[in-house]
Design a protein around this ligand. Structure first.
Ligand SMILES: [Ca+2]
Length: 512
């Protein structure tokens, strides 16, 4: 990592030759793309009553906050490949972790690659494509080298000395299960803290040499489990005040089995005290991450870059903290499918809140349009530019998310995984359509269950209306719409071969 610094310095000095600078200076906007890992919408600006995120709230105040944004697949690898290619998982062929789209659609240009091809300096710090967290922290993970000119992979105490001190529901296992630790080490010794300071360093160099605009991608690891953050951040969340979800057994009565398929057996061992500790550590990790994001956002201001830099803040998917009896990801409920999405910068309305459904798949066409960068013709998302200009614009009107049960969708054959996730063989797909009012979900085209939730009256999705006679017409209408949309998630020229079919199957089906 450190050895890259002299390289960049040489590059910058070379480009700073006065004549070249004058000739090449341009006004194309920069992009600062910040993604957090496994972060749900528990942010102050999203109305969370407890979680403190002053830095991201400030960003929301100077941009547009999408109230109804969703990932396309609530699991790191499939979601990130989809977001960074602008294609649905059914077209990337990436439906599990530890794979990269170069295995299936190698000639496609990734988002940052499209920017590189037009002269942008594209750099990555931390997790953009999938990583095994925490074990691959400090490496390139399952990265795409073609996407970046520079990669920085710091390793902090959370990966080193703190990890062995963490509590875990499965002792010795940290990435795929609930685990946490209040660290004695300060922010700057943690991986996310180091990454924020590396980002500051890169921005300082970019500010000195404006001959090339930049696309800086920063992928924080928190609040992904293990929820390790400096103990000072835990102090803002007294354990006894944590909102442990009650009544979830009753809530499960009207659900198809696949809706609960992401449940993991080790979660049987959770007590309310452990639940409180998990929530406290998750919230502490969010506030810690927010502070690191703040360092980078403040650097943009300090360096005079904010005015000409488009900032994106999002997460790869949402996360359960006990709702419906579920923890972590891979469900199609709101908590797991929904992501925070905030955009700010030139061309973006200040302080806007958009109700229009949006997806991570929309970021590629949006950013390329905003920066005048040529995008591939086969992108499958919509441009959010009309919504960024007028947050009341309706956009496409829906967003779709999917998961896979069986066939190695991410839970794998790992000991303790639930049968629905762990069963290898028959693959069952679940698709969920979110409109401004409804969430409608079908399992195996409805043959293995349907769910309908009315967000006007039931934002927590506690009452499944799919079998109620008075909603039959809505179910029929949304089912037709959903099935029509699903058809468009496949490539226009046929079905993308899977990595398995290409002989590249490298199953690492846990999701650390
Ligand atoms: Ca993730």
């Amino acid at each position: 990592m450190m050895s890259l610094r002299p390289f960049l310095s040489v590059l910058c000095i070379g480009l700073l030759a006065p004549t070249a600078l004058k000739a090449a200076e341009n006004s194309r906007p920069n992009v600062l793309f910040i993604i957090s890992d496994d972060l749900n919408a528990s942010l102050g600006s999203y109305g969370h009553p407890l979680v403190k995120t002053p830095n991201l709230d400030k960003l929301a105040a100077r941009g547009v906050r999408f109230q109804n944004a969703a990932c396309q697949f609530p699991l790191c690898g499939p979601s990130r490949n989809s977001m960074l290619t602008g294609l649905y998982p059914n077209t990337t062929g990436i439906l599990a972790n530890s794979q990269i789209f170069r295995q299936t659609i190698p000639s496609h240009h990734s988002l940052s690659q499209a920017f590189r091809l037009e002269g942008y300096f594209a750099a990555r710090i931390g997790k953009l494509y999938h990583y095994n967290v925490p074990l691959s922290i400090g490496t390139n993970g399952h990265d795409d080298p073609g996407s970046w000119e520079m990669e920085i992979n710091p390793t902090g105490v959370d990966r080193m000395q703190d990890m062995d001190e963490a509590f875990s529901l499965i002792p010795g296992s940290y990435g795929g299960t609930l685990s946490w630790h209040a660290s004695a080490h300060p922010d700057e010794k943690h991986t996310d803290g180091m990454m924020a300071r590396e980002a500051e360093w890169v921005l300082e160099r970019c500010a000195k040499d404006k001959s090339r605009p930049f696309f800086l991608a920063l992928g924080f690891f928190r609040p992904h489990t293990p929820y390790i953050a400096p103990k000072t951040w835990f102090e803002g969340y007294p354990k006894e005040q944590m909102p442990v979800v009650q009544g979830w057994k009753e809530d499960q009565a009207d659900l198809p089995a696949h809706a609960l398929g992401s449940y993991k057996k080790e979660q049987d061992n959770l007590t309310d005290d452990l639940r409180s500790q998990a929530i406290q550590a998750y919230y502490a990790s969010i506030s810690f991450m927010d502070a690191q994001a703040g360092i980078v956002l403040n650097a943009l201001d300090r360096l005079g870059l904010a005015e000409n830099t488009i900032v994106v803040f999002t997460s790869d998917h949402g996360y359960h903290m006990g709702e419906h009896g579920l923890w972590q990801k891979q469900s199609l409920f709101e908590e797991s499918a929904r992501v925070p999405l905030i955009m700010a910068g030139p061309g973006v309305t200040k302080g806007g809140v958009a109700q229009a459904p949006a997806g991570l798949i929309d970021l590629y066409p949006t950013l390329t349009e905003m920066c005048g960068v040529k995008a591939p013709a086969n992108l499958q998302g919509q441009s959010l530019v009309p919504i960024l200009k007028d947050p009341k614009a309706p956009g496409r009107g829906w967003v779709i998310s999917q998961v896979m049960r069986g066939g190695g969708g991410g839970g794998g054959k790992k000991k303790g995984a639930s049968p629905a996730v762990g069963a290898v063989g028959k693959r069952i797909f679940g698709y969920s359509l979110r409109t401004p009012r409804w969430r409608y979900t079908e399992w195996n085209e409805g043959k293995e269950g349907k769910e309908l939730y009315d967000h006007d009256t039931d934002p927590k999705e506690l009452t499944n209306l799919a079998d109620k006679a008075e909603h039959a017409a809505t179910v029929t209408e949304l089912s037709t719409q959903l099935q029509g949309i699903v058809k468009t998630t496949f490539p226009a020229d046929g079905v993308t071969p899977s990595p398995k079919e290409l002989g590249m199957w490298a199953p690492n089906l846990t999701d650390p």
